[in-house]
Design a protein around this ligand. Structure first.
Ligand code: 3PY
Ligand code: MG
Length: 232
């Protein structure tokens, strides 16, 4: 595994204390999910309020590609965002602009302490539809974009296949290889939602670097396996 690999853990439960503990669990980054996870704004703020050491970047996935939602996540203290369902270069540019203060972007400045923490937050956009895939070269070239991130559940659904068939495909037209090529050509990072160990390994094998290796729920389930082992 190269030094450039950054393994993430994806928090869905909306549980500030459990989530804050994950910052110390050995992953390289942590994400709070406001799209499909149980993180409302209060849970996001409570999680950041519990943060003491800033060991690893903590990102937020807002519920949608909207400047108000992205601004609120950054004001709460996020080190960056991964924005869902981006389908064009214009939508990618909107996500970057929402994350930057003028003159580069349109982010509004709030007076509360902490809201100006990340001057240059990390910005990832999710390619997870057939339309996003068709536009991936232009999306990846968006100025100041850091990451293109694959959502394999939505992408496989949109392409009429399954997650495992999408992951197994390494033919000349393979969607995941197309996304990797676009990222390499543009010089941005390539990430993906692996979430289980075999899928995370497969994404790494294909060449993705910013791979989600576990969910908060799977971390808990792995700990629960101790009961079975102790019982013998
Ligand atoms: C997807 O796979 O579509 C995701 O967004 C993962 O949460
Ligand atoms: Mg998705």
């Amino acid at each position: 595994m190269t030094d450039d690999v950054r393994l993430g853990v994806w928090a869905m439960l909306g549980e500030p204390r459990t989530t804050a503990a994950l910052e110390h669990a050995g992953f390289d980054w942590l994400l709070l999910d406001q799209q499909h996870g149980h993180f409302d704004d209060a849970a996001v703020r409570a999680t950041f309020a519990l943060r003491r050491e800033h060991r690893v970047p903590v990102l937020v996935r807002p519920a949608a590609n909207r400047a108000d939602l992205i601004g609120r996540a950054l004001d709460a203290g996020a080190d960056g965002v991964i924005v869902p369902l981006v389908e064009s270069a214009e939508e990618a540019e909107a996500a970057v602009a929402a994350s930057r203060y003028p003159p580069r972007g349109i982010r509004s400045s709030g007076p509360l302490p902490g809201s100006d923490q990340a001057e240059r937050p990390f910005v990832g956009v999710m390619v997870e539809t057939a339309a996003g895939l068709a536009a991936v070269d232009a999306i990846a070239r968006t100025p100041d974009l850091d990451l293109v991130f694959v959502g394999p559940f939505d992408l496989s659904q949109s392409l009429g296949t399954t997650v495992d068939d999408l992951l197994a495909d390494d033919g000349p037209e393979a969607p995941l290889l197309r996304i990797l090529d676009a990222c390499r050509a543009a010089g941005v990072r390539a990430g993906a939602f692996g979430a289980t160990e075999p899928r995370a390994r497969r994404f790494l094998e294909l060449g993705f670097t910013d791979v989600v290796a576990a969910l908060d729920t799977s971390v808990l389930a792995a700990g629960a396996a101790i009961a079975a082992r102790v019982r013998g």
